[in-house]
Every structure is written in structure tokens, then in C-alpha cells.
Design a protein around this ligand. Sequence first.
Ligand code: UDX
Length: 439
Amino acid sequence: MKIAVIGTGYVGLVTGVALSEIGNRVTCIDVDPSKVEKLSNGIPTIYEPGLEELIRKNLESGNLSFTAKHQEGLSDAEVVYIAVGTPQRPDGAANLDYVEQAARDIAANITRNVIVVIKSTVPVGTNFHIKDLINKNTKNGIQIKIASNPEFLREGSAVKDTFHGDRIVIGTEDEQTADILAELNQPFGAPIVTTDISSAEMIKYSSNAFLATKISFINEIANLCEAMGANVEEVAKGMGLDHRIGPDFLKAGIGYGGSCFPKDTNALVQLAGNANHDFNLLKSVIEVNNHQQVLLLNKIESRFGSIQGKRVAVLGLAFKPNTDDLRESPAFVMIPKLCAMGADVIAYDPIAVSNAKRQLGTDIDYTEDLHEALNNADFAIIITDWPSVKNADLAIFNTLMKEPVVFDGRNCYALDKVKQATLEYYSIGRPDQAPELIG
Ligand code: UDX
């Protein structure tokens, strides 16, 4: 099929490339000409394992192209995907300005009846609003069909997730549109759920809210484990074997971040409020997460008292490994607080340093070398469970740091290994390895 994808951010780029890989002719449209130029030359604008190869392959075969001109991509498209951002407004609601602009661009440029598929995460009801907006603005009586096709990709494994997804959700108003989109998506090999539009929109929010709930739940259990002398990893293992619970998303840590969970949970609370429903459970999930992001600071304070002038190695800036995405990363909560407490911060990340410099400025030091970060540090805080950190030889903490004091927000190391390496070690929901316990 001839497909246009509006927006070459995370979702749009992966969607466009994947649709070209299964044999469609895809034009990806973005208003930013510098992005278009890079992508047209086969240079990915995001870090995502496996994506560069697919971009290059499909550019070469002619299945994939990029343009900054809407007319070029839209004039002969049969299906148009909207995959622009829906950032969070200050009140927590989703900002639909970009989606609405995409709708106007579609109306101005299509030359036949098309199916418009909304990939962006939008509040329930938005699909109908966008359909009306397009249909009111088209020329020559052209009328579009609308579909909701939410995205469940995880950053860092988006290519793998696309070709080995758990499900594809397609919400439409009529069976014919559902059949066309089901056939288009069939090569991805995942079970296809066809449903009505509002339910499709709701599936996306509910899935993310549920996963965020699982994380906040295990984080609360972790905090209880600390108070009761239990080990949250043992607890999660014992819980996860019950197939009704499942083992995934039960990893306690410094809280969830990223471009989806924080934004989508806030948006669902907001949506619920608009419908006069007080979503107390989800409000608590958000509150637990906010609290979780600063818990380690309490442990640092009770260990050191003042950290004025202390050299702190912050290990990891990205919100999770295998991405250079910093959105809602706990590092951005932690680092300003450490600076305000007078610490001298050096931040390590294997790939996100240049992104971070733009946002955090040059008041702190940065490095892509783990050893340099640890060198002469008074203590270290693990924010991201990068493989380089997880698989590090624990002896480096002893040999490089002033004192091997580690606050681990991701439970990277087995407690027996930590003991062997004689680290002073504080993690999440597991017994501390405090000075009086060492040796
Ligand atoms: C998420 C959803 O998984 C995906 O389906 C949706 O489309 C977008 O949002 P992503 O943001 O890429 O994907 O990250 P994910 O791997 O889900 O992790 C989100 C956050 O939760 C990370 O900060 C991660 O560290 C944290 N997390 C995850 C935990 O703290 N514990 C866990 O057990 C799992």
C-alpha cells in the first residue's frame, strides 16, 4: 500500500520503517528539514538497536523515503498515520496541537478518500474530533475513515517489539476499515484485536497505567521489605511465579520514567477527572513514583549528614538502558537535588551525555568512561542499569573510589557479590550492607 506517516519521532520513525520493511511504499513526513536530511541519508535521529540497518535497506529498495513537504507524502497516500507528539500540558492533560496541525495538513493535501490512523497516544474521544476536523477541511467532498492503532513499543527494543509484539490493537467505526488495516498489519505476526475506537484509545492508557501500577506496587513492597528485613527480589520471584501475577514489571527500583508512563498516567487521571471520576488508585501510583525517585537521597543523608563538597559519581542518565532518552529520567530529579546539597557531581552515561549537557548545563562534570566517573568519588549512585554498570567488576569501586560507598537505585548486584567485594552498599528493598556489617 502507499502509506504516509506524519512525524518522525520515536513512534513515527519506527512505524514508517517497519511498514516499509513488510513491503509497503512509505513516505515519512516531518516539518524539521534537518531531520529529513539526516534520515534521507540513512542516519537515524534516535538511538534504537537495529533501526539503522532497516532504514538503509528500505531507502535503497525505494520502499522508504523522507520529506518535509506534506504534499509530497500525502497526495497519493491510501493510508495516513499520525504519529506526532502529544506532550504533557502543565495541568497533566495531553497537548493536541501537533495532532490537530497534522489533521489540517492531511485535509489540505489528500486527493482521495484515505484511512487516517492515529498512532499518537490521545485522550479518549480524540479520534472522532480529528475525523471531524479533517472532514470539515477537505476539498472536493473527500471524506476520510478514522482508526485508532495505539503503540506499545518499548524504547531500546522497538524493532524487536514491532516484529514480535504481543498484540496489535485496531479501533475503527466500520468493518471494512478494520479488515484493510488487519490485512496491512498481518505480516507483523501478532494477534490482532479489532474493536471500537474509544476502547482502542482506552486500551493504550489502561495498559500503561496498569504497568505503572505494577512498578509502584512492587516499590511500595520494597519499602516495606526494608522495614521488615525481607528481600524484595525474593518476594517478587515468589509472587511472579503465580501466572495470574506474572514475573514482569516487578523489578523494584528508583521509579519509572520515560516518555510514556509519567505522561500517560497523568493524562488518565486528568481524563477521569473530566468524567467526574476520581482515579484515586492511579493518583497514588504517581505519588509513590515521585517519592521513590528521591528515596535514595534520604539514605544518603542519613549515611553522610552533609554532602557539601563531596564528589558524587552518578551512574546513568538515561531513563533506562539502551536508549539516550532522558525524558522523565530519575537522574533529572536527583542531580539538581545533589547540586543543591553542595555535592560535586560527575555523571556517567555511555550514550546520553551530549543530550544531557544540553538540558543540565555545564555545572556538573560528564563522562562516558565509568572508571573516570568513579575515580576519587566519595560515593556513587546507580540510576540506570546499563550493562557496563551491571557487569562491572566490583573491585573497581574499591580500587578507584575514596571509599566504596554505593547507593544502587536498580539493584544491579547480588548481595553475596557485594559482600565479597566489601562494598558499603544500599539498594532498594534489600538488606543494607552497612559499614558495621562489612568484614
Ligand atoms: C513503555 C511501555 O512498556 C510501552 O508499552 C509503551 O508503548 C511506552 O511506555 P518504555 O517507556 O520504552 O515503554 O519503557 P519500559 O521498558 O516499559 O520502562 C519504563 C520505566 O519503568 C523505566 O524507567 C524502567 O526502568 C521502569 N521499570 C520497568 C521499573 O522500574 N521496573 C520494572 O519492573 C520495569
